[in-house]
Design a protein around this ligand. Structure first.
Ligand code: DAH
Length: 344
């Protein structure tokens, strides 16, 4: 009997050691511990054993069973470890191979410049206000004191929609929206897209960006306007830049002016960029016309204000030496790639 047990143990040990898969383990379990297994049949033989030998025999079968269970568990673990190792090896990377190259995107130069301008004005105490690209004639023209016979209202200049609204021709619309909604003091800038029926050429695009600034408070004068302009110009283009305003006309400002800065290409000496004048035109400005204030319920006897607006493309072109505005909209990756290091 002892001999039989030892033989059974030996057989099980060899078979279990030969198991290579989980399935082999399951089969071995059934074979050596299951209903029809040798171990089970040995339990059946207990009844034929003389009573005095029964305890020793019973214990021997239990030990055999426990031994087989242990062997199976150990082998199962070994196989699991081996599988894991194989999987790890399959996934292991060869660190000497070149890495996966992920091209880095870049901000568009207009975005970089717009954010830079916003940053400068925020530093000067302005907040950012936004308005819709599609607006009505009231906000784009009437409230800005622009009469129905003004040329900019012409179908040939402005994109009208069938419902009577239009694609805003200027960000000055946002001045109106802010003054409608908030009482003075107001210090806002509003950057955004504008649309005009212009044929694309080196200095025109039917879609372009403006940035408008508006200040309404007690005792605001043209000196404040000039100060803001000069501050902005120096932070944007450098300490040596000078600025000036020239008389002009805009329906919604009185007096109105155009803003110039000294040419950033020749420092005012005169060159091709400034057409030998030494100055570059930046945009329009002026003191808010009392008629605009009255229309929007602000008392011009108490408050005064200035407004200014300029093109973001123009600044980007000056800053980055871009000769043709269309380059900013064609988005040739060779151009965009040059800005990949710039973040703001
Ligand atoms: N909106 C004007 C334009 O598109 C620019 C401008 C002029 C804005 C005078 C102003 C301003 O706020 O006061 O030509």
């Amino acid at each position: 009997m002892q001999e039989q047990l030892r033989e059974a143990a030996e057989q099980a040990r060899t078979a279990i050691a030969a198991c290579q898969t989980n399935n082999d383990i399951l089969n071995a379990k059934a074979r050596y511990l299951g209903k029809k297994s040798l171990v089970n049949s040995l339990y059946g033989k207990l009844k034929d054993i003389p009573p005095e030998d029964k305890p020793a025999f019973g214990q021997a079968i239990n030990e055999l069973r426990a031994g087989i269970e242990k062997l199976l568990a150990e082998r199962e673990l070994e196989l699991k470890d081996r599988l894991q190792e194989e999987q790890d090896a399959a996934q292991a990377q060869d660190l000497s191979l070149p890495g996966n190259f992920r091209p880095r995107g870049s901000l568009h130069p207009l975005t970089i410049i717009r954010r830079r301008i916003e940053d400068i004005f925020m530093g000067l105490g302005f907040e950012i206000a936004e308005g819709p690209d599609i607006d009505d004639e009231f906000h784009n023209f009437d409230a800005l004191n622009t009469p129905p016979d003004h040329p900019s209202r012409n179908l040939a200049d402005t994109f009208y929609l069938e419902n009577g609204c239009l694609l805003r021709t200027q960000t000055s619309t946002v001045q109106v929206r802010v003054m409608e909604k908030y009482p003075p003091p107001i210090h806002i800038i509003s950057p955004g897209r504008c649309y005009r029926n212009d044929k694309p050429d080196p200095s025109h695009s039917p879609v372009f960006h403006q940035l408008e600034a508006l200040v309404v408070d007690k005792g605001v004068s043209m000196a404040d306007l000039k100060d803001t302009l000069q501050n902005f110009a120096q932070i944007m283009f450098g300490e040596d830049v000078r600025s000036r305003i020239r008389p002009h006309f805009f329906p919604f400002t009185e007096p109105s002016a155009e803003m110039d800065i000294s040419c950033v290409s020749c420092q005012g000496k005169g060159c091709r960029v400034c057409k030998n004048s030494g100055w570059l035109e930046l945009g329009g400005a002026g003191m808010v016309d009392p008629a605009v204030f009255k229309m929007l319920g602000i008392d011009p006897e108490i408050y005064s204000g200035y407004a200014l607006g300029f093109g973001v493309e123009r600044i980007a072109m000056l800053k980055y030496n871009i000769p043709d505005m269309r380059i900013l909209f064609e988005n040739d990756v060779r151009m965009l790639r040059q800005f990949s290091g710039e973040v703001l």
